[in-house]
Ligand binder design. Structure first.
Ligand code: GLC
Length: 798
């Protein structure tokens, strides 16, 4: 069953059956203001921080679901009937009205045909200002003049998520609203800069700022009293709950249009006047909307692919990059699931996100890399969750103040020591730094001096060595890296026990580092860390190989887990995919262990993280054993880890298998399985219920997951095989044997590469010939070409 379709020409996903099983969300804003909105315009807006500086309120986990939102009501003043453009909150019967939601790149458009009126509401945030625009157009498709009343509605937040949800004895009397000449000002009195405004391009016929005056007692957004009676009451007050309602009466002749613009922004009256003037101009609004399209054009144009797999094309060319970018832009804490109650940066998540999109967002990836380096302590581990500005010497103060009633934790509270450390966190950063340098050629980054979280400073290069040294030191009784509080798997808490995944990650990070050290002439370091890598490989093979696959780890009591003798938690994805991806596993063990992954973990919806799922709590293994079977880390298809298996298969040269795994997880291919998947098919979700759950195939937690970045990284660099190196572009695809080839356009360091891959002999991997402008290249790889040049590259596989 499907609820919508991909409109690739417009780069939109169109939801034309709006009663989807769960919210289908989108993100608007590309700088500091962000809106998380669903297909019915439910959702919330924040500025800089979803925890401390929320603008509009959201009642997560509530019924009716996804309220409130950024709504527009349309009322027929001749009959008194009213509806909302985004279907909800009025929710007219779907057989009487036509609704559509078009989620685009950083905007959402809601379309409604009802009662002879075509109404559209587009929500977006211009790149240049933190102001959410509501662009509303109305078309009278009936044969008579229509008299309509339009009402905006959104509910203001007490700014802090906690304040919205508890102890209102102060916030409820410190939030106030006022109105002057078409501008609503919302104020949180105890905050120095605690203002927002809401205004429009017209002189309103009425307004309401007090929520309960607009809605009426014991009513909801579905049937607001003011809309019902067709008039606001002009409410404002110091104290209470506040909303932004502007009322405009419009008369539209048959066949004619009307356009109304609303603006929701930061600060009070003075800024509101400026913004109102600017965005009352329709041409400016149109230009800003076009700018947003150009912004995404530019990003997406850095890599466009044309393969025989339509799902892959759609995801890589539009949605997966979009998802990855959103994670890099807004970190991982604002969705309808992660509702903004945490702020700052998660160390490992941010490092992985920054690794995946240096081509489309080098500035932000660089910024994230520096923030993470500052969040590293001298001992070489990263602070698992921290606020970057606390370690930023440039940041004298935040540009907005947290409410004084909410104490902001300080630096010292963040430095918890080893017991709070996750063993993998900082290892990801090595790859992120090297990938950044390969993309940009900015080798000087290595010499930049950056502070440590616990004092002192060192070069970026030195930070990298500390990260590697930390893992070299933190090994357990068997010579494998300790699991500490957790490794990548938050629910595997091996403590002083050992984690195969961390040793493999350590090996992987070492390979990146050694390659870099060699390239920049640090041969002694390359030799030193090379010897460590050699040792890890030998120990891992000896300790972790279990005959058909690799063990997942060893508990603190010395018991191996993820081995053939286990009846639960027998085969784990992470240890096997990483054994191969890191380069620890040779061909024979690599193929055997990935065959086991295929045999025990494959489902039509992707690879499960572990099978069979655990059913008996066992704290030696960790929290994973206390999670329902088939859910999250306990045997779901945990999406983030799937691309590791694609990359592992690609390393083994098995392109048909790699694509089978890719296709299983690919949300595009589940577009007509929404009765099972439920969640949006344009975003990877954190997990899909595994075989051991009754709802096998149901996806949960869109957007905010490393699956976006990693699927982009693995599909483009390993399956399509297009990856920049320090001074040349590698093109080494691993594709299904039935593919006759594919084309791609990659921009790299200012030059364009038009790539044609031909597969005349139906192989899965292997490059026979590389041609640059028709000439055969010695050595296969394409050297970095001059800025501005356009280069035809032909790859003949064989
Ligand atoms: C969540 C966390 C991530 C972790 C993963 C597996 O996605 O954000 O940090 O690696 O779960 O436990």
């Amino acid at each position: 069953m499907q609820y919508g379709y991909f409109d690739n020409k417009k780069r939109e996903y169109v939801i034309n059956r709006v009663d989807v099983p769960v919210s289908w969300t989108n993100y608007i804003g590309v700088n500091e203001m962000c809106g998380v909105l669903n297909h019915t315009a439910g959702g919330y807006l924040f500025y800089k921080s979803p925890e401390y500086h929320r603008i509009t309120r959201f009642r997560p986990n509530g019924v009716p679901m996804d309220r409130p939102g950024h709504y527009v009501y349309v009322r027929d003043d001749d009959t008194g009937e009213y509806w909302s453009i985004s279907w909800q909150p009025v929710g007219k019967p779907l057989d009487k009205a036509r609704y559509e939601c078009r989620h685009g790149l950083s905007y959402s458009r809601y379309i409604c045909d009802y009662n002879g009126i075509n109404a559209q509401q587009t929500l977006f945030i211009p790149i240049e200002d933190p102001v959410e625009l509501w662009d509303v157009t109305l078309h009278n498709s009936s044969d008579r003049e229509r008299h309509l009343s339009i009402f905006s509605y959104c509910e203001f937040s007490f700014h802090h998520i906690e304040m919205d949800n508890k102890n209102h004895q102060m916030s409820l009397y410190a939030s106030g609203s006022s109105y002057q000449d078409g501008i609503i000002q919302y104020d949180l009195f105890y905050e120095e800069d605690g203002y927002q405004f809401f205004t429009s391009n017209f002189t309103p016929d009425g307004y309401d700022c007090v929520r309960d005056a607009f809605l009426g007692s014991y009513r909801t957004e579905t049937n607001p009293l003011a809309v019902e009676r067709g008039a606001c009451s002009g409410s404002t007050e110091f104290g209470g709950n506040h909303c932004a309602v502007l009322h405009k009466k419009v008369s539209i002749q048959s066949g004619e249009n009307a356009r109304l613009l609303f603006m929701l922004g930061e600060q009070g009256y003075e800024n509101a006047k400026v913004m109102r003037k600017k965005y009352s101009d329709e041409a400016t609004v149109d230009r800003c909307f076009a700018d947003l399209a150009k912004f995404w054009d530019d990003k997406l144009s850095r890599l466009q692919v044309n393969t025989p797999n339509e799902g892959m094309n759609t995801m890589l060319n539009i949605w997966t990059l979009y998802q990855s970018e959103i994670n890099v832009m807004f970190s991982r804490f604002a969705s309808f699931i992660e509702v903004g109650g945490r702020t700052g940066l998660g160390y490992r998540d941010t490092a992985q996100d920054a690794m995946t999109v240096p081509h489309s967002n080098p500035q932000k990836c660089r910024q994230r890399i520096i923030e993470l380096l500052r969040g590293l302590v001298t001992q070489g581990y990263g602070l698992h969750l921290f606020q970057p500005e606390w370690f930023d010497p440039q940041e004298k103060k935040q540009s907005f103040k947290s409410p004084t009633v909410v104490p902001t934790p300080n630096k010292s509270q963040m430095i918890h020591g080893l017991e709070d450390t996750c063993a993998d966190d900082a290892l990801w950063l090595i790859a992120a730094i090297v990938e950044y340098i390969k993309e940009t050629g900015e080798f000087s980054l290595l010499d930049e001096t950056v502070t440590y979280a616990d004092g002192g400073s060192g070069t970026v290069y030195e930070h990298m060595t500390k990260i590697l040294d930390f893992s070299t030191e933190q090994v357990g009784a068997n010579g494998i890296c300790k699991g500490l509080r957790a490794d990548w798997n938050d629910c595997l808490n091996l403590g002083g026990g050992e984690s195969a995944m961390v040793s493999f990650l350590h090996y992987w990070a070492l390979q990146y580092f050694i390659e870099l050290a060699c390239y920049v002439g640090k041969t002694e370091d390359a030799a030193k860390y090379g010897a460590i890598a050699k040792q890890i490989k030998a120990v891992s093979e000896k300790v972790l190989w279990d005959g058909k696959w690799y063990a997942r780890g060893i508990t603190a009591k010395g018991r191996k887990i993820g081995v053939q003798s286990d009846s639960e938690g027998r085969v784990h994805l992470e240890s096997n995919a990483w054994a191969v991806l890191s380069g620890v596993a040779g061909k024979e063990h690599g193929e055997l262990c990935m065959d086991s992954v295929n045999e025990y973990l494959y489902t039509p919806y992707g690879l499960m993280l572990v099978a069979p799922a655990y059913s008996t709590p066992d704290d030696d293994i960790g929290f994973v054993t206390r999670v329902y079977r088939g859910v999250k880390e306990n045997g779901s298809v945990f999406s983030h880890s799937n691309p590791w298996a694609w990359a592992a298969e690609a390393k083994l040269g098995r392109g048909t298998r790699a694509m089978k795994f890719y296709d299983a997880l690919c949300p595009y291919h589940q577009n007509n399985l929404i009765e099972i998947r439920q969640s949006e098919p344009y975003s990877y979700c954190q997990f899909i219920m595994g075989k051991d759950h009754t709802a096998h195939g149901r996806a949960r937690h869109p957007f905010m997951t490393g699956s976006g970045g990693w699927s982009y990284f693995a599909a483009t660099r390993f399956l399509l095989g297009i990856r920049p190196d320090f001074n040349h572009l590698m093109i080494d695809p691993c594709i299904p044997s039935h593919w006759q080839g594919f084309t791609a356009v990659r921009k790299w360091r200012g030059a364009t590469y038009n790539i044609t891959v031909q597969n005349p002999n139906g192989v899965e991997k292997g490059v026979k010939t590389v041609l640059l402008a028709g000439k055969t290249l010695e050595g296969g790889a394409v050297p970095c070409q001059p800025t501005g040049s356009v280069n035809d590259v032909t790859i003949i596989m064989g």
